[in-house]
Design a protein around this ligand. Structure first.
Ligand code: MF3
Ligand code: CO
Ligand code: CO
Length: 255
């Protein structure tokens, strides 16, 4: 990964990424009303799979390195890669990240949001709001000539100023016809460090921000990553392109 070269996408390829990204955002919009107490994460998964197929797309997570379902559903202390399950029922006060990646005409659109189930606790509300703002601030750093470290620094500064921590074990990634490729985009770091951003780079920014420690443990299922202290974790993700003038978010439901 470290020595892998970064692909620069043409305008035509970025248009394909825009179409996949739009579909991904529309899928989250479609799933959002299902996020209510009493619903299982498997029901959300199955509706996502059905909708994706109806649009002529494929779910990238399904079968990816053996991942068994079509989306990731990560509740409360789950940082990422939660596996949808019929026995896992949403309860009032939960937070749940839904992470979707449809493949449309060969190109991936990768986006996630954290939703409230019913009424959140004050700390859950603050964590989710800070995490979304971390993504916004990370994106705001992106333009040709900026550095990868500028993105992580902006995110880390805002998260830590609010008393939260930044997950280290999972990072943003280059994305195109390949789900995960160079460059890696840490959500922590130093301004002026790391690779220089160039027009045509396409990657995700997907900060995972924790209430307590940043440390993670992966469960025996080989996927589910949880916080070591079992406190809350939130995440938001967009797929973005570096443009001549700055940045374009590709995972928006409409232009
Ligand atoms: N969508 C996740 C990401 O943001 C990756 C999920 S891989 C899976 O990179 F196999 F867990 F689905
Ligand atoms: Co991603
Ligand atoms: Co994702």
């Amino acid at each position: 990964m470290a020595t892998e070269t970064i692909t620069l996408l043409s305008k035509r390829e970025i248009e394909k990424m825009r179409q996949a990204g739009r579909l991904a955002a529309q899928l989250l919009d479609y799933l959002a009303p299902m996020v209510t107490p009493g619903v299982s994460t498997l029901e959300i998964n199955d509706e996502a799979e059905r909708w994706t197929q109806e649009k002529g797309a494929k779910s990238a997570p399904l079968g990816y390195n053996g991942f068994p379902k079509s989306i990731c559903t990560s509740i409360n202390e789950v940082i990422c890669h939660g596996i949808p399950n019929a026995e896992e029922i949403l309860r009032d006060g939960d937070i749940i990240n839904i992470d979707v990646t449809p493949i449309l005409d060969g190109y991936h659109g990768d986006t996630s949001r954290t939703f409230f189930v019913g009424t959140p606790s004050p700390v859950a509300k603050k964590l989710v709001e800070v995490t979304e703002e971390c993504l916004t601030r990370g994106i705001a750093e992106v333009k040709p000539g900026a550095r990868v470290g500028d993105i992580g620094a902006a995110i880390q500064e805002y998260a830590e100023a609010n008393g939260f921590s930044v997950v280290r074990d999972f990072v943003g990634h280059g994305i195109n016809r390949i789900f995960h490729t160079a460059p890696q985009i840490p959500h922590y770091g130093k301004r002026g460090k790391g690779k220089r951003l160039r027009e045509g780079m396409v990657f995700t920014i997907e900060p995972m921000i924790n209430e307590g420690t940043w440390e993670a443990t992966v469960l025996n299922d080989g996927w589910t990553a949880i916080t070591k202290d079992r406190k809350l974790s939130a995440q938001f993700e967009h797929t973005i392109a570096v443009t001549e003038s700055g940045v374009e978010i590709l995972t928006l439901a409409s232009e």
